[in-house]
Ligand binder design. Structure first.
Ligand SMILES: Cc1ncc(COP(=O)(O)O)c(C=O)c1O
Length: 909
């Protein structure tokens, strides 16, 4: 049996324990008196002991069936036992227990097709969805039977869903249960619950960490256990519904924070009422107003007398030449294509009906105050938010490595941009993220220059393409302490899924905003603030930079997050959302937001994208937790498999948090999520504390050891030879992104491929001549050691930068100045620029220069070319440099154009 530390999660442990039990029982049936029988028997005893702790949190097979199996084992009814264990294994892996009762005895009829997951897709779509309801009450066996019987007796044929109860005795068990059992959708908290669990299995008890500390749990008064449980579950699984049954008075309960509690039952045992509430609660999440309306619409007969010949497939079915398109997509997509905004449909530009409702449900799901759908990707969302909030000449602090849509947003809005530098990872030719110290220093500099009132927004990417995640709450807290009405835009293009992982959630913009709003209102915060203010009365900047600053209780929480739903959750391409949690949205932003939304949104938004956003939201509210959990597990097992495989270690390295985040930004000291000697690290503590953490679902693999650069490895090896697609590479790395659709077998295939590549290399090097070996070593050294240092942002030329001390630059003027060819010149990268620099000329870029990879501008309009940037560009051997035309050279401003601009600026003063 593998040791507990070998498992990243209890879900994996459970699956593994059941399949081990199957192997053991089958062995015992085949070898009743073999040499190893005794040892195997002892192992089976241990498996039963371990499963007993686990199974109490799940409805299938259920403790009663489990006890029957244990008795079969004790009485050596091994044939029956082995049959039952096999059925459990099959039902757990195919999910058959969700669709019908699975008989475990040999006489029970069973339909094996279903168990193999072969039910036709239509039948699966029509089957009633299944879930589990957790009842929290410390009951004896008799009461438990009574409770179960009452719950099951409420089932009616017309119910939309079917559920099974799971009964646990304590607050702690309930918290473990909701984080372990992804089938739970509702919790009934009854007055008899106790505080502590008697389970002492660390892999289970560590589920308690995200919910509450041990002291916090100890402090709960016995009469408050029920209400507090509802509050604590809201922290870890806010999408669930709780029902509190209490024997306390209405007045007693009224003032308490009941978290996710949908309804309180005052000491009554009305099971039908409870049943109807449970179904209604799940229905509220299941509901997809726009998708349902679109389905309805597509079923109605209509005559089309406006645009869109493709609507209802008419232009296709009548065609002689494009029939294959109809055959490929099937009829429904065309029946659902329309430009109508009535008949149950709605207008994205002015939503009043089903789209409005769908957006409100998304807002609930993602924890925002308002949510807006976008059908043109996060590229558009970013421009909308920037345009809505930033006025010409506002100062915006921007992470220089952010997506190009932000830079274009700055051009459109006429912002004065202060670029912030991320820490470089020279060894891997990629950037990390912007240290908080750097952000604070820039704000303090602006404050000293008397410009704080013009600072409008801080814009950061969370998480970065490579998986670096900010401590969002801390960043906002400390920035608000310097500038109390600062607006935050978190580009969460890659982070929509994070809301549904309890450990990830705390580092999302919306969650942090909600926490901050609550905290700023608390008396404890007010006190802490007053105390710190006293202490910092005459503090210099260095002290402020070193101190964890506390914002004024009057600070405004103004947070925006943009997410490419399509990148990490279920949505058609370009489906994105803007989430708003801004205390001043209604009073100050609503109008300009509307204008910005109109500027960038098509008047023909794609309905299929909107419907997919609606369905994607349903999915995350009902199974986002399960899918994210599985995704993290798949990524973790991939990390472990690659980093422990002896052959793979020769040529590859999975980059760990320690490789990608410098030590000073990892207060927890956690270097790697997995250590071959110690097993898995509990990631909770580093995610709670560290300045930066690594999103484990993105696996960066250093491939320089193979002698291929990242791009060649991606296209010529992974793509052409093995059909594996990846997106991002650096000079010596490739990035494997898992997503909620990643399966264990896709991970296994990738490992197989890597092993095959490594074997191929082994063989090639075995037969290589001395010269060939030398050349291979040289290539590896070149890729792994001789890397050009990554340059920082240089500075804006005086013509576009009114104050070199604070450095904010006007990016819009040079952008449009370059429209006139007469203002520009082209300089050859290999000789001319260097010669000009040596002459002492300030060479100023007239365009965005974006090498891909890494995919962010190494130069922006108006920026001065530094020797470091030039060296970096010359050393780059990537095939794409957007904005740079090799046959012409780098587009720069003429000295005359710059002089004229300075003159113009002076005459304005
Ligand atoms: C950080 C970041 N923001 C925004 C975008 C743009 O998102 P979309 O493709 O949804 O327009 C991307 C795309 O890769 C991105 O990486």
């Amino acid at each position: 049996m593998q040791s507990m530390n070998e498992y990243y999660s209890a879900v994996q442990l459970r699956a593994d324990r059941w399949s081990s039990l199957r192997e053991k029982t089958e062995f015992l049936v085949r070898n009743p008196d073999g040499k190893r029988t005794k040892a195997i028997h002892a192992e089976a005893v241990k498996l039963f002991e371990s499963l007993e702790l686990i199974e109490r949190y799940w409805a299938f097979p259920g403790m009663a069936a489990f006890e029957t199996m244990r008795r079969q084992f004790e009485h050596s009814h091994l044939g029956e036992l082995s049959h039952a264990v096999r059925r459990v294994n099959r039902a757990l892996s195919t999910g058959a227990y969700r669709r019908r009762a699975v008989p475990l005895d040999r006489d029970g009829f069973d339909d094996d097709h279903d168990e193999e997951g072969l039910l036709p897709p239509d039948a699966r779509a029509l089957a009633k969805p299944y879930f589990e309801v957790m009842i929290v009450d410390d009951v004896n066996e008799h009461q438990e039977r009574w409770l179960r019987a009452n719950m099951v007796a409420m089932r009616r044929p017309e119910d939309d869903f079917i559920y099974e109860p799971v009964i646990v005795p304590s607050l702690q068990d309930a918290l473990i249960g909701v984080l372990f059992n992804h089938n739970i959708q509702a919790i009934i908290v009854r007055p008899g619950l106790k505080r502590e669990s008697d389970v002492e299995l660390p892999i289970l008890t560590r589920y308690l960490n995200p919910a509450a500390s041990a002291e916090e749990m100890d402090d709960i008064a016995p009469q408050d256990l029920g209400p507090e449980l509802c509050r604590l579950i809201a922290k870890v699984r806010p999408e669930l519904d709780a029902y509190l049954v209490t024997d306390r008075s209405v007045e007693d309960i009224a003032g308490l924070d009941l978290g996710i509690c949908r309804r309180v039952f005052y000491n009554q045992e009305d099971f039908m009422e409870l049943h109807l509430n449970i179904l209604r609660g799940v229905q509220a999440r299941y509901k997809t107003p726009f998708f349902t309306a679109l389905k309805e619409y597509s079923r109605q007969p209509t005559g089309v007398f406006h645009a869109m010949p493709i609507s209802r497939g008419k232009s296709i079915t009548r065609s002689h030449w494009i029939q294959d398109m109809g055959a490929f997509y099937g009829p429904n997509i065309f029946l659902a294509e329309t430009s109508a905004t009535s008949g149950g449909l709605d207008s994205l530009l002015e939503p009043h009906g089903t789209i409005k409702e769908a957006q409100e449900l998304a807002s609930r799901a993602f924890g925002s105050k308002q949510t807006f759908f976008a059908t043109n990707g996060t590229s558009t969302c970013n421009k909308i938010v920037v345009q809505a909030l930033v006025r010409p000449d506002d100062i915006v602090l921007v992470d220089r490595d952010c997506h190009k849509s932000h830079h274009y947003g700055m051009v459109l809005s006429g912002a004065q941009v202060c670029y912030l530098d991320s820490y470089p990872l020279n060894e891997y030719s990629m950037y990390g993220a912007v240290p908080l110290r750097e952000i604070k220093a820039q704000l303090l500099k602006l404050k000293a220059a008397g410009k704080l009132d013009r600072v409008r927004m801080l814009l950061l990417t969370n998480c970065t393409f490579d998986g670096i995640v900010y401590n969002v709450e801390r960043v906002m807290e400390e920035c608000l302490a310097i500038k109390p009405d600062l607006v935050f835009l978190w580009d969460e293009a890659w982070f929509a899924f994070a809301r549904f992982g309890p450990i990830y959630r705390q580092r999302t913009g919306m969650n942090a905003a909600n926490n901050l709003r609550e905290r700023l209102r608390s008396p404890a915060h007010e006190k802490a603030y007053a105390k710190q203010q006293e202490k910092l009365a005459d503090a210099d900047d260095e002290t402020l930079l070193k101190t964890r600053l506390i914002p004024s209780p009057k600070a405004r929480v103004r947070v925006y997050a943009t997410q490419s739903t399509h990148k990490t959750l279920t949505s058609l391409r370009q489906g994105s959302m803007i989430h708003v949690n801004d205390q001043d949205f209604k009073g100050e932003v609503e109008e300009s937001f509307h204008e910005a939304y109109m500027t960038h949104t098509s008047t023909s938004p794609n309905y299929q994208i909107i419907a997919s956003l609606d369905v994607g939201r349903r999915q995350v509210e009902l199974e986002g937790f399960e899918f994210v959990q599985r995704q993290v597990e798949a990524a973790m097992s991939m990390r472990r498999a690659i980093s422990t495989h002896p052959l793979l270690q020769k040529y590859f390295k999975v980059l760990t948090a320690g490789d990608m985040i410098p030590e000073e930004h990892r207060e927890s000291g956690v270097h790697s999520y997995y250590d071959p000697e110690q097993g898995w690290t509990d990631t909770w503590h580093c995610w709670e504390k560290d300045e930066f953490v690594l999103d484990a679902t993105r696996v960066t693999l250093a491939v320089g050891g193979t002698g291929w650069d990242g791009d060649t490895f991606k296209t010529e090896i992974l793509m052409d030879k093995y059909g594996i697609q990846i997106n991002k590479t650096s000079r010596n790395t490739v990035l494997f992104m898992t997503n909620i659709g990643t399966t264990r077998s896709s991970v296994a295939y990738l490992i197989e491929v890597l092993v095959e590549i490594a074997k191929g290399l082994d063989e090639k090097l075995d037969d290589a001549s001395k010269m060939e070996l030398l050349s291979f070593e040289k290539r590896v050294k070149n890729l792994m050691q001789d890397l050009p240092p990554l340059p920082d942002f240089s500075y804006f030329h005086t013509a576009f930068c009114p104050d070199a001390n604070t450095g904010e630059g006007d990016i819009r003027t040079p952008f449009f100045l370059s429209y006139d060819e007469n203002n520009c010149d082209y300089l050859d990268l290999n000789g001319e620029i260097l010669a000009e620099l040596e002459k002492g000329r300030e060479v100023v870029s007239a365009s965005f220069i974006i090498p891909y990879p890494p995919g962010f501008p190494i130069l922006v309009p108006g920026q001065v070319v530094s020797p470091e940037i030039l060296a970096f560009m010359r050393a780059l051997d990537v095939s794409e440099i957007h904005g740079y035309r090799a046959h012409l050279g780098l587009r720069v401003f003429t000295d005359e154009a710059l002089a004229k601009q300075i003159e113009k600026n002076n005459s304005k003063k």
